[in-house]
Design a protein around this ligand. Structure first.
Ligand SMILES: Cc1cc2nc3c(=O)[nH]c(=O)nc-3n(C[C@H](O)[C@H](O)[C@H](O)COP(=O)(O)OP(=O)(O)OC[C@H]3O[C@@H](n4cnc5c(N)ncnc54)[C@H](O)[C@@H]3O)c2cc1C
Length: 320
């Protein structure tokens, strides 16, 4: 049995920022995540000697509280500017696009080095006993804490809470359940030569199959040429259960005109939850009567920064 004041399920950016804030205020905090590493959708993968960002591609900064975190990451060489005002999409707002120096998981990893994180632990059951939350993992490990924060994508968080017999959200439950997410499909591929994509190495595409194409070598995170292709939400939905041999050729056909080299190897990655299609009106949800807080991008908005601010405000609600 692992005990702490506060247990946070999910070591993505919102859970890690929440943990950082709570620890700075003197709380004992433990994070659990089902992934092999931290970062959640800020994900970087190794593939045949290359490095590929297959979830979030960059982040932007609008709020000064998030800016303080990003400034520290810049000062420590964890993140850097990828591009600004580049001809990726003329419609985009002129915010600086930041990325990790060796991949998008760099900033979460940096935050996690000060945190007590248990990776590879999938929580499958929650209960409450003597004013304490008990979270049971698939592995048989149990985590006990007075306060529980869940930062998993909201439908997954509610599924977990449904394993209790608690009325954990009262009248708000129907509205929480109404928040849904778009599915995503990423194709990750290695090329046999330079992609031919112009600096900064990304193209926001405008067709029914592909929405984004990026060259991780030009981006500066991969020693060899590896590309990330994001399918449109409609394509991901339609081909969710298709075999890779069916959906990958369609994606490759859509990007071929942009490439000067051949794909020598590829894999597809399904994202069950890319971004929320609706947003909760507050930056987190808190039920103080049962010491439960829900945070993440369903609350803060569908971006890295939104998720980070949700984690930060969740911590303030718990402390306040
Ligand atoms: C393909 C894609 C592209 C994107 N592009 C961008 C972009 O370019 N810019 C941008 O700003 N944002 C982008 N986003 C959105 C951004 O990545 C998210 O908004 C943000 O990372 C969400 O952070 P989070 O901490 O709320 O959730 P997550 O990162 O999802 O973290 C939640 C964590 O909970 C864990 N978890 C879930 N269930 C359990 C369980 N039962 N037990 C234990 N752990 C559990 C998960 O493993 C995960 O690590 C993109 C997302 C995707 C998928």
């Amino acid at each position: 049995m692992h005990e702490s004041d506060i247990l946070i399920i999910g070591a993505g950016i919102s859970g890690l920022i929440c943990a950082t804030e709570l620890q700075q205020a003197g709380c004992s905090v433990r994070l659990v995540d089902k992934g092999r590493g931290v970062g959640g959708r800020m994900a970087t993968r190794r593939m045949n000697g290359g490095r590929i960002d297959h979830g979030a591609q960059f982040f932007t900064v609008r709020d000064k509280r998030f800016h303080m975190y990003v400034q520290e990451w810049l000062d420590h060489g964890i993140v850097r500017e990828w591009y600004r005002n580049a001809p990726v999409d003329q419609q985009e707002e002129p915010h600086i696009r930041y990325c990790g120096v060796s991949g998008m998981s760099d900033a979460p990893k940096y935050l996690a080095r000060e945190c007590n994180v248990h990776c590879g632990e999938r929580i499958q059951n929650l209960s409450r006993e003597s004013q304490q939350w008990i979270a049971s993992a698939e592995s048989g490990e149990t985590f006990r804490a007075r306060e529980l924060v869940i930062t998993a994508p909201l439908p997954q968080a509610l599924q977990l809470l449904d394993t209790t017999d608690l009325d954990y959200a009262g009248d708000a439950l129907a509205k929480l359940r109404a928040i849904t997410y778009a599915k995503g499909l990423a194709l990750l591929a290695m090329l046999d030569g330079p992609s031919g994509i112009h600096a900064p190495g990304a193209i926001k595409m405008q067709n029914s199959v592909v929405s984004w194409l990026a060259d991780n070598h030009i981006k500066g995170i991969s020693p060899i040429v590896g590309i990330t292709v994001h399918a449109t939400p409609a394509f991901a939905e339609k081909h969710w259960d298709s075999k890779d041999e069916v959906r990958a050729p369609l994606i490759i056909e859509a990007i071929q005109p942009e490439l000067q080299a051949n794909i020598v190897e590829y894999t597809c990655h399904r994202w069950g939850f890319t971004h929320p299609l609706q947003r909760w009106p507050d930056t987190c949800y808190r039920n103080a009567a049962c010491n439960l807080t829900l945070a993440g991008d369903a609350f803060g908005g569908p971006r890295v920064e939104g998720a980070a601010l949700s984690g930060l405000e969740a911590a303030q609600h718990i402390l306040g």
